[in-house]
Design a protein around this ligand. Structure first.
Ligand SMILES: [Zn+2]
Length: 440
């Protein structure tokens, strides 16, 4: 919306282009000389050593996607690159995502090399099969519709027929969700495989006990319009947001900046062309409205896990502030849960704002407004070297196995998250095969 910022001169534009190209001109993917189109995004590596520098980068509107000790990878348009340059940041790499990955192009589907990934229709077929094989355990619930009218499907597990029928339970509940960000397709696969795992192992002693005593919700695709758009041309578009027509030639709101808790105070962008565009108002988007209404109407929910990619991180609130959670007991419980899960998936546990400040995300809202213990997992790979958003289908099984035990652990602790503070709690009430450090 805030499109009034003056374009820099051609001369500076050329200088910025030359700056990037100069560093990168050994590559076949050098930037074209003219990068002054604000709608054109570049994926660049920027020198940055600490969270304050990373937050400054994020404040230009660039979307920081991966953090290393000495740099970040971020999407930025010409205006943002110019700002970064003016503030003295070094742009040390440029990734030509337009030509990355592929295989045979297939319109409205994943490239042939990645055909194991689920587009919206295949996801739907999968969960319908699952439900029809387990009608006494699973129901499918549409919690709302996307902007383009696709149902937002939730897989509901409950052993009580009444609860399944009514979609309401008084057992302690947990919700897992994937794909707030369109191009993060691995974040669809993990909750889908987890749903299949629970159904297929429903008669195992430990799993059946958990299912008997919990109310489980899995929403594998929160942003189906974006996910479909990302693969619509038969190659990846590197799309992040939903498909809102912003009315000014730009598309998309960042759904993970659109929640209401400290919405828009910092770490989200007013510029509608930006990757982290927060939208015109909190909960302006049908997708975030659906999650809000679902979570608020299920007061039994104790734990929430939102899957994203990539970086191999376990994140907990706050994102909006460098301050830690003030309620000591909650902070200790969060830290205990995060470090316990990290023993299985070997991800790095940390407060979200240790990366950089961001506002309007799912977990700040669910914890800040509703007191639900809420985590974001940034799934594999760990970095761009592993393929970034597009690591290839070969990674899916491993990412699922890495995260199965953390998922089961959260399912278990959702009975009463504060029990993790009891001495010896891990050994007292976890099934044997989900002990920390044990192998799947
Ligand atoms: Zn994400």
């Amino acid at each position: 919306m805030n499109r009034g910022i003056k374009r820099k001169s051609w001369a500076l534009g050329a200088a910025v282009s030359a700056l990037i190209v100069g560093i990168w001109d050994h590559s076949a993917h050098a930037l074209p000389q003219d990068v002054k189109d604000d709608s054109e995004l570049r994926f660049i590596q920027i020198g940055a050593k600490n969270k304050e520098e990373r937050t400054t980068i994020a404040k230009t509107g660039a979307s920081v996607e991966a953090v290393r000790s000495d740099s970040v990878w971020a999407f930025a348009n010409f205006k943002q690159i110019t700002k970064l340059h003016d503030q003295g940041f070094q742009i040390i790499g440029n990734y030509d995502y337009k030509t990355s990955r592929g295989g045979h192009e297939r319109l409205f589907d994943f490239p042939s090399n990645d055909s194991h990934f689920h587009n919206y229709n295949r996801m739907l077929t999968e969960i319908r099969n699952l439900q029809s094989k387990n009608p006494d355990l699973i129901s499918l619930v549409s919690i709302g519709k996307s902007l383009e009218g696709r149902d937002l499907w939730a897989i509901h597990f409950n052993t009580s027929p009444d609860s399944l029928n009514q979609g309401i339970s008084n057992k302690p509940g947990i919700v897992y969700m994937g794909n707030h960000h369109a191009r993060e397709h691995v974040s669809v696969e993990v909750p889908l495989m987890y749903a299949k795992y629970l159904a297929e192992h429903r008669n195992d002693t430990a799993i059946s006990q958990l299912l008997e005593n919990r109310d489980v919700w899995i929403i594998p695709m929160v942003n189906p319009d974006g996910a479909e758009f990302d693969v619509s041309a038969g190659r990846y578009k590197w799309w992040r947001k939903n498909r809102r027509d912003n009315g000014d030639g730009t598309f998309g709101v960042d759904l993970n900046r659109n929640y209401s808790y400290h919405w828009g105070t910092e770490g989200a962008e007013n510029d509608s062309s930006a990757e982290t565009y927060l939208g015109p108002a909190p909960f302006s988007e049908p997708e975030t409205q659906a999650i809000r209404d679902f979570v608020k109407s299920h007061i039994n929910l104790k734990v929430l896990l939102s899957f994203h990619t990539f970086s191999e991180l376990i994140l907990y609130p706050w994102g909006y502030s460098y301050d830690g959670i003030s309620k000591t007991e909650d902070l200790r419980a969060y830290q205990k849960m995060a470090t316990t899960m990290a023993k299985w998936n070997h991800y790095k546990p940390q407060q979200s704002s240790d990366l950089y400040i961001s506002t309007g995300d799912t977990t700040d809202w669910a914890y800040g407004e509703l007191g639900i213990f809420s985590f974001t997992f940034e799934l594999s790979p760990s970095g761009m070297e592993g393929g970034g958003f597009y690591p290839g289908q070969g990674i899916i099984d491993k990412v699922f196995k890495d995260n199965l035990q953390p998922c089961l652990y959260l399912l278990n602790v959702s009975g009463n998250p504060y029990q993790v503070l009891d001495t010896g709690s891990e050994t007292n009430w976890l099934p044997n095969y989900v002990q920390p450090g044990s192998q799947f």
